[in-house]
Design a binder for this molecule. Structure first.
Ligand SMILES: [Zn+2]
Length: 286
């Protein structure tokens, strides 16, 4: 009980520090002018509002190509059971699109678990969202020992609906996650991330664990950070062809390509949007 109270207090204290991401992009340093042109996106956060592509992207064992769509031979992913706090009996239900949705019988992700800490009070997701986050965090935790935990920020409010300051995050399927960084110590909040401190290996391991499930609809990520990951993967034996279904980079920050897309305000965290759970369709809208 004492631990629970402590945990709750800690979450409340951290939440006041974190506020999730898009709340404070103005505090980041502006990039030099030439690089701003490089980032020229047609509309701020345009991808927050567009529907998902019809095909799933599934990453297979690296450095193999990404597989687009549910092709024959692709392994069938078995959704794990989430750990919710408190435990619950009813399955969750995601209703509507991420920008105008609701969430019923949400799973609250515990404030910590193997490989992650969850620092936002808006820690309510679908069962699938929480299960997938816990799966990816545990895999990275196993792969890289003695490293800081992944910092999970806002998912949705308990019953979904509008969540200031986000456009989406309304139906339990959007998650903000801090980039995994090379800096020492356990981060408690999102920090501006660039070539000097991005841990490309661990960040990709986390993303790869999610992408390999075929359950990711979009990842919103600053174009320059896409470039850092992309180049690191090429150095690791991936091919441009293999990365094309995954990354928008290097096609351009306003080009409709890949699952990972540029959106403003995503230099200190990335945003993962999961697809609708099959059982929630058709009320759930991708
Ligand atoms: Zn977000």
């Amino acid at each position: 009980m004492a631990r629970l109270v402590l945990c709750t207090l800690l979450v409340a204290a951290l939440a006041s520090l974190v506020g999730c991401s898009e709340a404070a992009p103005q505090r980041r340093k502006r990039k030099p002018v030439d690089r701003m042109v490089f980032h020229d996106a047609p509309e701020e956060n345009a991808y927050e509002r567009i529907p998902l592509p019809p095909q799933r992207v599934r990453v297979q064992a690296r450095p193999n190509s990404a597989t687009v769509g549910n092709v024959a031979g692709a392994p069938t992913f078995q959704m794990p059971t989430p750990v919710c706090q408190p435990p619950k009996d009813q399955p969750s239900k995601s209703i509507g699109p991420p920008t105008d949705g609701q969430l019923v019988d949400a799973c609250r992700i515990p404030c910590q678990g193997p490989g992650y800490i969850a620092v936002s009070p808006n820690a309510f997701g679908t069962d699938n969202t929480v299960a997938l986050l816990q799966l990816a965090a545990a895999q990275v935790n196993q792969q890289f020992q003695g490293v800081p935990s992944v910092v999970v920020g806002a998912i949705s409010a308990e019953n979904g609906g509008f969540l200031k300051p986000h456009k989406s995050h309304q139906s339990g399927r959007d998650v903000d996650i801090a980039y995994l960084r090379t800096t020492k110590g356990q981060p408690k909040r999102f920090e501006p991330t660039d070539a000097s401190n991005l841990d490309t290996e661990r960040t990709w391991a986390f993303l790869e664990a999610l992408l390999s499930t075929g359950e990711v609809g979009w990842v919103f990520m600053d174009y320059e950070i896409q470039a850092l990951l992309y180049e690191a993967l090429l150095d690791n034996g991936w091919t441009e062809q293999g990365l094309a279904p995954i990354f928008q980079y290097p096609a351009g920050a306003n080009v409709a390509r890949g699952v990972i897309r540029h959106a403003t305000g995503h230099a200190d965290h990335f945003h993962v949007r999961f697809r609708c759970p099959e059982r929630d369709k058709p009320e759930c809208v991708d």
